[in-house]
Design a binder for this molecule. Structure first.
Ligand code: WTA
Length: 774
């Protein structure tokens, strides 16, 4: 528990009393350590004497704004913010940045005043007061317990849900994250019998929320009618589909591929699978036929659920054609799927215009509504699989990340509640697609487990114009808005007027995910979208982690734009150097996690060995995230991007190897090397060096057809931004491509090429530079 050990200046006694209350600690102005004196410059000097400054106490900051005192708290000696005592400093009022004028400033300017040196943005005291975690002290207390007593901590969280049988009380979790000690395994709540669909729907209905809106659906066209489902109605719809699946032989443990756009039917399908213990594998509707086929062959589903077509912006996408091609490809490769349940999305394409295979295809509307709205739940073990979700890695073959039921349920629910400070009156909108992990954990499961009202939006966020998001926010009175930096940057480029023409008064918390949010985009999001009132939860996590790992808890501490701040309960991030040595204090290196957390993935589908080698062998004893990270002097975490062969384009992970194999599948491509370079809106974009086969000339047509090859092999979102002709690629004598050199050429940092003397043919570099603009 932090205690006040020093105070500088002469604050009024009321401040001392409030401080004492916040810190649960007696305060004495007498206990003044010798180097500390009362003038501001010596305060700075005194601070410099401290080996490591670690923490700013938010509650103290809140008080400072009320009393015109600026308080700073620092932890001594250790970077561990949780077990050391804190020093609080009070600057005299004469130097206070909030002094007197702050009351007379308009909200925006007031918040600007709240941004003090070191880029700290303090939470509004009124927000903090009502938050689940109102101050850093409360967080530290909960965090400490989550680390010291994980079984008790998470058992309490889990007890909020319905379990038919409790999990093994003797062993709430079991784990081995150390490859040198045997096979990697993670288990939570084994022996606990539950069902996540029951907990999302039936449990909320039983507690009296049956008539609350669960989903608001907003179509692509602003003029299109929108629709809503209450928890009661959602349960009926889910049960009907679950009964249909059961009638068609889908049983516990079977897999089902869901290839749908953001219609209500997408979360309905996920929940229906979960209700009967089937394992869903949602494939993002932007993936190509080849990608879908690959996933069908890998997980051999009992059926595929899709729709005939959908609209995205101005475009109509004939999804069923893609499924037809994937299913015919998979059956040629030995995986035959005999049922394709197709939702007729007639606003995009009429039934009559849809290609049909009578023996295999069934219209959703012809069969599902005839099924009973009562469907018994299949009770499953906490460790039974809930879903598979494929994600890119550093080889051409995507990885089927497996999440199980109990731990994932508890973790997504808890992270949603705390990281967004969720309250029952909130209306929540996450712009992610359910085809990605964000849509699984924070469109569907996390919010519904909390009984939230969720907006599901079918279209693109800037259609028909860049004001669409704020139109939707005002229409549904959205209070929590969660999106990706790429969208923030693109809306920022379109200008403030698209934002300011809408009220946005309902907003209270903003969120960001998918890639590091650059400070200028953060500021715009905060100042313009949130009117400088709404904290931003910059949540760092991954498909593999199931839920948030490093995230602000709104209201609990000051933010630094661009930093994901501190670990969530139960998460122990560590930064290691190249040799796997854990570093302390201020440092940069590879981000790993020590010990398991309930939402962690348990394996890669059908390939536990790849799970172990990809994530647990680089740094034995830890889970390796594949991300680089910096920890600053105050203990804040700053994610710096992928350190492996994965590119993050608009928050979507794409493996360089996948794109390369798509390029070389083109008959005129002899060799390809792909790197990621910075992109103003997308964060990163794909830059491909291509060597055509002997005798084939460079041409614009070939470029187009190479890009098309990537679109058809993976999906449009993976299309290279630039094709750079390469007579040869820079390789070491052992044949390894030197991507470092390619990255520098691609980003035109020619004076930073570094040592190229180890290349088999150093002339290649000059040739590549000469072809830069061709
Ligand atoms: C990146 C998305 C910085 C990171 C949930 C990670 C982030 C990858 C952030 C996972 C963030 C995600 N700040 N980087 N707030 N959130 N990332 O599996 O590189 O699609 O490894 O999961 O996105 O992407 P994935």
């Amino acid at each position: 528990m932090p205690s006040i050990t020093a105070i500088i200046g002469r604050p009024p006694s009321s401040t001392l009393i409030s401080l004492a209350a916040v810190c649960h600690s007696p305060i004495s102005t007498d206990r003044r350590p010798s180097p500390l004196v009362s003038t501001d410059s010596s305060l700075v000097a005194a601070m410099e004497l401290l080996p490591e400054m670690a923490m700013i106490n938010p509650s103290a900051a809140a008080i400072s704004r009320r009393t015109h005192y600026h308080l700073v708290a620092a932890t001594t000696r250790t970077n561990s913010i949780f077990n050391s005592s804190s020093l609080f400093f009070i600057r005299p009022p004469t130097t206070d940045p909030f002094r007197s004028q702050s009351h007379h400033l308009p909200p925006k300017a007031k918040a600007a005043a709240a941004v003090i040196s070191d880029n700290l943005v303090f939470p509004d005291p009124d927000f903090s007061q009502q938050a689940h975690v109102p101050n850093f002290h409360k967080y530290a207390e909960m965090y400490k317990r989550s680390i010291e007593e994980p079984a008790e901590f998470w058992s309490e969280m889990a007890s909020e849900f319905h379990w038919n049988n409790k999990w093994d009380q003797e062993q709430v979790y079991s784990e081995n994250l150390d490859i040198t000690k045997g096979s990697i395994h993670i288990q939570w709540f084994k022996g606990g019998i539950t069902n996540i669909c029951y907990n999302c729907l039936d449990r909320n209905i039983e507690s009296g929320n049956g008539e609350k809106i669960a989903l608001h659906w907003e179509g692509n066209e602003p003029s299109h009618h929108s629709s809503s489902l209450t928890y009661n109605q959602l349960l009926d719809r889910v049960s009907q589909l679950a009964n249909y699946l059961k009638q068609n032989g889908v049983k516990k443990g079977d897999s089902v591929i869901i290839y749908l756009p953001m219609l209500m039917e997408l979360p309905i399908s996920m929940l229906a699978c979960a209700r009967i213990g089937a394992v869903h594998s949602v494939v993002f509707a932007g993936f190509s036929a080849e990608s879908l086929e690959q996933r069908i062959i890998d997980c051999k589903p009992k059926l595929v659920i899709t729709c005939n077509a959908f609209k995205r912006g101005h475009k109509v996408i004939n999804l069923k054609d893609i499924v037809d091609s994937a299913l015919s490809g998979s059956s040629q490769n030995g995986t035959y799927v005999g049922l394709c349940l197709t939702y007729a999305n007639e606003s995009a394409l009429k039934r009559e215009a849809t290609k049909w295979q009578t023996e295999r295809d069934v219209w959703w509307q012809d069969v599902v509504p005839n099924c009973s709205t009562k469907c018994d739940v299949e009770w499953v073990d906490g460790e039974d699989p809930l879903f598979l979700l494929y994600t890119s890695g550093s080889t051409g073959k995507p990885k089927g990340v497996v999440h199980t039921t109990g731990g994932y349920m508890v973790y997504t629910a808890a992270t949603f509640k705390y990281a967004f400070d969720y309250k029952p009156s909130d209306v929540y909108w996450c712009t992610a697609d359910c085809g990605w992990i964000t849509g699984h954990s924070y469109v569907a499961y996390g919010p519904l487990l909390n009984g939230a009202t969720v907006v599901v939006y079918e279209g693109v966020p800037n259609y028909p114009d860049p004001g669409r998001c704020w139109d939707i926010v005002d229409k549904y009175k959205v209070t929590i808005f969660y999106t990706a930096p790429t969208l923030v940057r693109s809306l920022m480029r379109d200008g403030d007027e698209y934002v300011t023409r809408y009220s946005r008064q309902s907003l209270r918390v903003l969120g960001s995910v998918g890639e590091p949010i650059n400070p200028s985009a953060w500021r715009w999001f905060f100042d313009v979208v949130g009117n400088s009132r709404c904290p931003i939860s910059d949540t760092w996590w991954q498909t593999e982690t199931g839920g948030f790992m490093i995230t602000p808890l709104p209201g609990a501490w000051p933010q630094k734009p661009g930093s994901a701040t501190f670990p969530f309960f139960g998460v122990q991030p560590v930064i290691v150097d190249e040799k796997g040595k854990e570093m302390e204090g201020e440092c940069s290196g590879y981000l790993c996690v020590k010990t398991s957390w309930p939402g962690a993935f348990r394996t890669l589908f059908g390939d536990h060995e790849r799970y172990e080698t990809t994530y647990f062998s680089a740094f034995p004893g830890y889970y390796f995230s594949g991300d680089g990270c910096r920890r600053d002097k105050d203990g804040y975490y700053w994610l710096t991007g992928r350190v492996d062969d994965v590119i993050n384009v608009s928050g979507h992970r794409i493996g360089t190897a996948e794109v390369e194999s798509a390029l070389v599948s083109h008959p005129k491509c002899a060799e390809a090397a792909v790197v990621g370079i910075e992109h103003e809106v997308k964060g990163q974009c794909i830059y491909a060096f291509v060597t055509p086969v002997e005798g084939v000339g460079y041409s614009e047509e070939l470029k187009k057809s190479l890009v098309l090859s990537v679109r058809t092999n993976i999906g449009a979102f993976a299309a290279p931004e630039k094709i750079h002709w390469a007579p040869g690629l820079p390789k070491t004598r052992s044949g390894k491509i030197m991507r470092r050199v390619l990255r520098k050429i691609a980003s035109r940092q020619l004076d930073e090429l570094g040592d190229t003397s180890t290349l088999a043919d150093p002339n290649v570099v000059d040739q590549l530079i000469a072809l830069s603009d061709s």
